[in-house]
Write a protein that binds this ligand. Sequence first.
Ligand SMILES: *Cc1c(COP(=O)(O)O)cnc(C)c1O
Length: 434
Amino acid sequence: MINQSQRNIISIMDEKDSSQWQNWKWHIKHRIRTVKQFEDLTRITLDETHKIQLEQTLSKFPMSITPYYLSLIVTEDYKNDPIFKQSFPSIQELEINCNEMSDPLHEDKDSPVPGITHRYPDRVLFLVSNMCSMYCRHCTRKRKVGDIDFIPDKDTLEKGIEYIRNTPVIRDVLLSGGDPFMLSDDYLDWILSELSKIDHVEVIRIGTRMPVVLPYRITPNLIEILKKYHPIWINTHFNHPRELTKASKKSLRMMADAGIPLGNQSVLLSGVNDCPRIIKSLVHKLVANRVRPYYLYQCDLSEGLQHFRTPVGKGIEILESLIGHTSGFCVPTYVIDAPGGGGKIPVMPNYLISWSTNKVILRNYEGVITSYKEPDSYEQTFCDRKCDKCDLQLHLEEGIEHSIGIEKLLADHDATVSLIPEGNLRMNRRNDED
Ligand SMILES: *Cc1c(COP(=O)(O)O)cnc(C)c1O
């Protein structure tokens, strides 16, 4: 069942019982947290000055690697290894660029109660744990992870649940952290049961990296719990095709067989996966394991991540290599999470080249330029949002939805002509004249 490098690790750890390898709690207990442990287990020797520098990184951003994830490092070429780069600290993490922030997405500012980020109209992010089995070096929430491993108590979580209960517009709750699967089965069961009792909560989503860094966490008991609360959607976080091992594929199979739709959120990382061929191989492996590539994230402006960041052009180049070249459902949406809390902004290559009043000019992935003739006549219906009187026979039970943003500018029923940034000087001058 286990391979040579896993056997080595387990024997160096002086564990007599190699069946422990499949026990997720054993991995949590034996997480690699010091450079010395790392050296002993991998037989890699780092030079002394480097080690002293690394201590500084570790005092700010601690390390935690599961023995499982460690066993995936190809030690002969560890410096270029994507698993090593995602899990082992770098002295570059201490270089804080002036554009970087500890909370670039303003998750703490958009937080009505501790643990909840309510940014979008109909869904919330609910941080139920600040613990992870492996600390990704590229974590966007480095500010939270690792200072003290901590799982909020029931009272704290109850306040978050209370907020969701009292906010009927929330139809989608996204459990994240930290990793929600660091919670015990019973605790998770309690949170899911409380959320599923709320009528307006239509779906629960869980974001977890366990299938990548500790696939043994996906146990039959956990699956039994999740199955009780459908619809549950799970997003995981594979960044490199090498992470799709036998064990990780098995964990995906267990979740897919339980009827859980699976998605994947990758982060574009310099030196790890900033290559069209690597991403193509990754998305192919994901869909072959019933995981739909959901987002490809531009690396956030969190402190100490500069060495991981690529230009946005790299992401566009990667999408250009996917769209049309491979199955549509292999293509993730490439997003930049707006610094300051504006949310995820999709970024795409341009396919619409030009247009006139009756034709649009498009180009495809091969470079073919084509024209699409618009209809000669199109009966414009003026939409006053009185849906009960509309010919389209849309019989919705839901109440009035309020338009915002560009949708509002496009709407017939709203008189807004422009959106003006707050504090616009020209507008302030006008007010002064009034
Ligand atoms: C990403 C995110 C969501 C979910 O966004 P989707 O585009 O629906 O996946 C919700 N809330 C916050 C704060 C987020 O960052």
